[in-house]
Design a protein around this ligand. Structure first.
Ligand code: URA
Length: 277
C-alpha cells in the first residue's frame, strides 16, 4: 500500500511543507511566553478540536498535553485545551512540532471490488482502505461506485463541495471504462448516446468511444443508481467490468494500484474547487 497519504499527515503534524490550497497557518500576533491570555488570539475553534481535526491527537490527549505544558499557541504556553484559537492564523506547537492545519482534505482512491462506497456498512467499506485519520476527520466518499465497480473515488470532508459536485444540475462528467457481454453495434451506440429508458427515466445524452465491439469508455453526466449497467441493459447487453477513470477534472492516477490512495495535488484540488463553484 502506498504510504504517501499517511506521510502527508505526518508532515502536517511534524512541520512538513506540503500544503494544498486549504488554509495554512500564518505567523501573526506572536507573543512569546507570556501565558494564555496573551497568546490566544480568540475566535473560531477550541484548541482540542483543532488538534483532533488536524489528526494530531485526540481531544483527551490534547487536554493532557496542555496540562503538561506541551502546547504553545502563538508563542505562549497554554494550560488548557479548551481555549479558543483562530485556526486561520494561530501558530500551534505540539510537543515541539509545528502543526499544519488544513480545513479540508481530499483523497483519490483507486477503489477495488468488494468494498461499499459508504462510511458505515456491515461489510468492508472504502473507509477501511484509508488511515484512521480519515474517519477522525469525518471524511466520506463523494458519490457511490457499486461494490463490483473499481476506479476513481474521491474521499473528502468538504461536504459543500461534494454536494455541489454530485448535484444533477451541475452535469459533472464521469468517464468509465467498460466491458460488456455482447457486441455494441452502431445502432446500440447511437441509442446510448442519445438516451435510453432505464426504467422510468430517459438517460441524458452520453459519449461513447469503442475500442472493440465489447469494450470502450462511456461518459455520463448523471449518477443514478446502477446508471451505466441499466443503460447497457436497455440496449440488450450487460456490463461485465466497470472502472471509473475520471470524475470532473480528476483523472485516475495510473500509478495507484487498486486499494491505493493519495491526497490530491494542489492543482487537482484547485481544479476540483473550481468545478464545484
Ligand atoms: N453506473 C453503474 O452502473 N455503476 C457504478 O458503479 C457507477 C455507474
Amino acid at each position: 500500500m502506498r504510504g504517501s497519504f499517511y506521510e502527508g499527515f505526518y508532515d502536517k503534524i511534524h512541520g512538513g511543507t506540503r500544503g494544498g490550497i486549504g488554509r495554512g497557518v500564518a505567523y501573526r500576533d506572536i507573543v512569546r511566553d507570556r501565558g494564555e491570555p496573551h497568546c490566544v488570539t480568540g475566535g473560531g475553534l477550541r484548541l482540542d478540536k483543532y488538534l483532533s481535526e488536524a489528526a494530531v491527537c485526540s481531544r483527551s490527549e490534547a487536554a493532557k498535553a496542555a496540562r503538561a505544558g506541551k502546547i504553545t499557541v502563538n508563542g505562549g504556553r497554554v494550560t488548557s485545551a479548551a481555549v479558543q484559537i483562530d485556526p486561520e492564523t494561530a501558530e500551534v506547537i505540539y510537543f515541539g512540532k509545528k502543526v499544519e492545519w488544513k480545513q479540508f482534505t481530499y483523497v483519490m482512491l483507486n477503489k477495488p471490488k468488494g468494498y461499499v462506497s459508504s462510511t458505515d456498512d456491515k461489510g468492508p467499506t472504502v473507509m477501511d482502505l484509508l488511515p484512521a485519520e480519515c474517519a477522525k476527520k469525518k471524511m466520506f466518499p463523494c458519490g457511490r461506485l457499486d461494490i463490483d465497480t473499481t476506479g476513481l473515488l474521491l474521499i473528502t470532508n468538504n461536504g459543500d463541495a461534494a454536494h455541489r459536485l454530485l448535484s444533477p444540475a451541475r452535469h459533472v462528467k464521469k468517464t468509465y471504462a467498460f466491458t460488456v457481454s455482447s457486441p455494441v453495434g452502431d445502432e446500440e451506440k447511437k441509442r446510448l448516446e442519445s438516451g435510453v429508458d432505464i426504467g422510468g427515466h430517459i438517460s441524458a445524452p452520453a459519449e461513447i468511444e469503442l475500442d472493440t465491439p465489447e469494450s470502450g469508455r462511456i461518459t455520463i453526466t448523471e449518477g443514478k443508481f446502477h446508471q451505466i449497467k441499466r443503460m447497457f441493459h436497455a440496449v440488450g447487453t450487460e456490463i461485465t467490468e466497470l472502472e471509473r477513470v475520471s470524475f470532473g477534472p480528476l483523472t485516475l492516477d495510473k500509478g495507484l494500484a487498486q486499494g491505493e490512495y493519495r491526497e490530491l495535488t494542489e492543482e487537482e484540488e484547485a481544479a476540483l474547487i473550481e468545478a464545484a463553484k
